[in-house]
Design a protein around this ligand. Structure first.
Ligand code: DNO
Length: 390
């Protein structure tokens, strides 16, 4: 039984269509109801409607990515019990529509963070990029966070100073938007809101955030067990604290802590090689060996870091992540499963015809098609050379 080849589809407004997905060769869809505000219950009818559209195209809805965790739950403030009840109800509704694998994250305020969405590569394709000095430009001169200098090396602070002087107003605004953007369909966070949240999370700290995650998981595990659901936490992207925000899913120890702290089968992991691989402290193959029994979904993508920890998203099989090692282990884990583990080619370069199209950053068609094709070949090669008897 091969892994399930899946593909993120943002819904009917996604410029990449289900027809495109079929031609790319994926059979599973990864989708979410992005139009529902965070914290509200996902109505059964809307879930069924999305499912109907996917199935009419001859595909299956394999993973729900994501059911967002409301900030009140992450901070355990205000009306969080109400949002937990809503979350449980969304899970019940998803389960009754037959959806069983759910992805979420517990990153404070911001989802994944980059500083450039169109780094031009040597071959003319464009990639997503994270640069410490640009983050510092935002942090020191746009957000003006108190005490921010202490979070950067002297060299980065100096670089940020120089860049700030040379960047145009337009460039600064663009940088600010890129950093404040989360999931493309779900808008930007304002500077004021970000500053306020940073203050709240400072009080909570690393240990407090871990507690809040454990509380969240404990509150939903019964519903998951009763309905056969599997939750998969997405690692922090990038896998270290930024803007003074605590991070609790950034490395092997964090992931081990999460699955052991609430040691129940539905408490699983979305194994994202790109997020983890962006940290010099992480060896994705070693992490997979340790937590693989709880991996129910995988994002396969690669990154290339420089000596200062900046990184760009490289081709799926080139970069710092040993994708062969990851795939070999994933194939081995998958062989012991009843159901195939879904993976998706996570992100892809903007290339060829897509350079002239507007698509969601990281989610153009052709770059992902290339990634999926390479990953599928890698999987088949591993299957045949290691497990085939003829
Ligand atoms: C980025 C994605 C993330 C992911 C969420 C899961 O491309 O991998 O936005 O969907 O963090 O909750």
């Amino acid at each position: 039984m091969p892994l399930l080849q899946s593909w993120r589809w943002y819904g009917p407004n996604d410029p990449v269509t289900l027809q495109d997905v079929k031609q790319a060769g994926a059979t599973g869809i990864v989708s979410a109801l992005h139009h529902i505000p965070h914290g509200e219950i996902w109505p059964l009818e809307e879930i069924q409607e999305r499912k109907r559209i996917i199935e009419e195209a001859g595909l299956t809805w394999a993973v729900v990515e994501s059911v967002p965790v409301h900030e009140a739950i992450k901070t355990r403030t205000g009306n969080y019990e109400h949002y937990l009840e809503n979350y449980r109800q969304s899970l019940r509704n998803l389960a009754s529509a037959g959806l069983k694998t759910i992805c979420y994250n517990f990153m404070p305020v911001l989802d994944w963070t980059r500083t450039n969405l169109g780094l031009e590569l040597w071959n003319g394709a464009k990639a997503l990029y994270f640069d410490w000095a640009d983050l510092a430009v935002f942090d020191l001169y746009i957000l003006k966070r108190e005490g921010a200098e202490q979070d950067y090396t002297e060299a980065v602070v100096q670089q940020a100073k120089d860049r700030f002087k040379s960047y145009s107003q337009e460039k600064l605004e663009e940088l600010s938007e890129i950093i404040r953007m989360g999931v493309p369909m779900e808008g930007y966070i304002s500077l004021e809101h970000l500053t306020e949240s940073i203050g709240i999370y400072k009080e909570i700290g690393h240990a407090g955030l871990r507690e809040n995650l454990a509380y969240f998981l404990e509150s939903i595990m019964d519903v998951c067990e009763e309905n056969g659901l599997k939750m998969t936490i997405h690692p922090d992207d990038p896998p270290y604290p930024i803007l003074g925000l605590p991070r609790i899913a950034s490395n092997k120890e964090d992931l081990e802590y999460i699955i052991n702290r609430v040691d129940r089968v539905p408490n699983g992991i979305c194994f994202c090689t790109g997020s983890l691989g962006a940290g010099g402290h992480n060896n994705p193959v070693e992490i997979l060996k340790s937590v693989g029994h709880r991996v129910y979904f995988a994002h396969l993508r690669n990154v290339k870091k420089d000596e200062n920890g900046n990184f760009y998203e490289s081709d799926h099989l080139a970069g710092d992540v040993d994708m062969y090692g990851v795939m070999k282990k994933l194939v081995a884990i998958n062989r012991d499963r009843q159901e195939p583990i879904p993976f998706r080619p996570d992100h892809g370069h903007q290339m060829l015809d897509d350079l002239h199209k507007v698509t969601n950053p990281g989610y153009s068609a052709i770059g992902r098609l290339r990634g999926l094709a390479e990953l599928r070949g890698l999987e088949m090669g591993i299957e045949k050379s290691i497990y085939s008897t003829n």
